[in-house]
Design a protein around this ligand. Structure first.
Ligand code: PGA
Ligand code: MG
Length: 224
């Protein structure tokens, strides 16, 4: 791979975080006296950051209930933050071959960055727990800038900060937000099919490449 900067998405790409996100979501809903939801349902609400997850959970649907007040959403979000802080790594696991793969890519000379829509406050603890903090030269959360993926700004900001031309970079993720952010930034995109994408096939978003597991992605990145 002639690219030098690899920008990775986090949830659904490197880590399977939905079991913890779902526990925190259901803890919040229980505290509010609202019905809880299954792991599969909550999985389809992940992708646009914590605020969107909370709004969808309160609505019981991806179509957010317009009658929800800002105060109601913000109060629920605080409950979610408290619950997720307690459970951010209880059930979170890395996908197969990711841990070794990231280390191999780093050793091969790639610069690695993490560009997630997850609120930044939760990211350092998870990275520390996985022993991944030294692997990433830059980490951006969904609230690090004023816009998040699918906006291109986090990707372009990462390229600029790390002194890479967008043509030297690739965005790797599981969701249409990662592919759209890459396309909006004029950056090559690689989709991974095993994560969370609102129940849709990542191929529908037409990334430049798609892989069904991290081992195949690794082979592709290392062989070029
Ligand atoms: O927190 C989310 O909603 C998604 O996070 P991600 O961008 O790492 O997939
Ligand atoms: Mg993701």
């Amino acid at each position: 791979m002639t690219k030098k900067l690899l920008m990775f998405d986090f949830d659904g790409t490197l880590i399977d975080s939905v079991p913890d996100l779902a526990d925190a979501t259901n803890q919040m809903l229980t505290q509010l006296g609202k019905p809880t939801h299954t792991l599969d349902t909550i999985t389809e609400w992940v992708g646009n950051g914590a605020r969107a997850l909370v709004e969808r959970a309160l609505s019981g649907s991806n179509n957010v209930d317009a009658r929800l007040s800002v105060a109601e959403i913000e109060a629920a979000e605080q409950l979610f933050f408290t619950a997720y802080a307690e459970h951010d790594v209880s059930k979170t696991i890395t996908y197969p071959d990711v841990d070794q793969g990231l280390r191999q890519l780093k050793e091969a000379g790639f610069t690695l960055a993490l560009v997630t829509n997850k609120p930044i406050r939760f990211v350092p603890n998870i990275l520390d727990g996985l022993g991944w903090t030294p692997l990433f030269d830059m980490v951006l959360g969904g609230d690090s800038l004023s816009t998040k993926k699918p906006d291109p700004a986090p990707l372009l900001h990462t390229c600029k900060t790390l002194n890479f031309d967008p043509a030297q970079a690739v965005m790797i993720g599981d969701s249409i937000n990662d592919v759209s952010a890459g396309k909006n930034a004029g950056i090559e995109t690689i989709g991974l099919s095993y994560g969370y994408n609102y129940g849709n096939d990542i191929r529908d978003s037409q990334p430049n490449q798609v892989f069904d597991n991290f081992a195949d992605l690794l082979a592709y990145l290392l062989e070029k």
